[in-house]
Design a protein around this ligand. Sequence first.
Ligand SMILES: C[S@@+](CC[C@H](N)C(=O)[O-])C[C@H]1O[C@@H](n2cnc3c(N)ncnc32)[C@H](O)[C@@H]1O
Length: 208
Amino acid sequence: MNAVDKPFSQACENNKGPILKVLLSAFAPSRRVLEIGSGTGQHAVYFAAALPRLVWQPTDRAEYLAGIQQWLDDYLGHNMAPLRALDVMDTDWPSDFDAVFTANTLHIMPWSSAQHLIAEVGRRLPEFGMFAVYGPFNEGGEYTSPSNREFDQWLKSRAAHQGIRDREAVVSCAQHAGMALIRAHALPANNQLLVFHKAPASQPAHST
Ligand SMILES: C[S@@+](CC[C@H](N)C(=O)[O-])C[C@H]1O[C@@H](n2cnc3c(N)ncnc32)[C@H](O)[C@@H]1O
């Protein structure tokens, strides 16, 4: 395979720099990151190279693995864990992580699966573990831009279970799962990076 055979997302190229600026501080206390829905694999190689102190664990559903592996095959660093299959509805998740990153997944999977993802992350993260979720979100039941409205309509025309999620609903699920929102970072193209941490058992997971 040569480079042109790799899956490629222009959106990933555009958003990886702004996301990294946040992850540099958000994942500063972290050691091992589980990425859910690695997609093309571009984020995995970019973030692993830029955050060499961390071990990056890429995962995705089985049909994505061959494409992601092409990016991993060209990765020269030593901090990439072997790619593995993970559908969030699986019971067998990787066991050793203290941070989770997922981009553009919550609006693709059914809302019930997104709720399950958040619940499992909250259940499996250690205290003070970090959870970073990137994507478009609605606020107060409203689209945050005309382009997000069009995107949501396009998603729903493709698959009825897809659609932009309400930020409040995501934050509420996370709180029920023991995670508190540290900050919602506004990023380019009307996307956001929501950063949570797993609150210690003695503290309620309300936003700070
Ligand atoms: C739009 S792509 C985003 C890929 C990549 N993270 C990015 O930002 O370009 C959506 C991703 O969500 C993943 N996904 C959808 N449902 C999933 C599930 N139930 N479990 C794990 N991943 C899922 C897909 O396999 C795909 O990789």
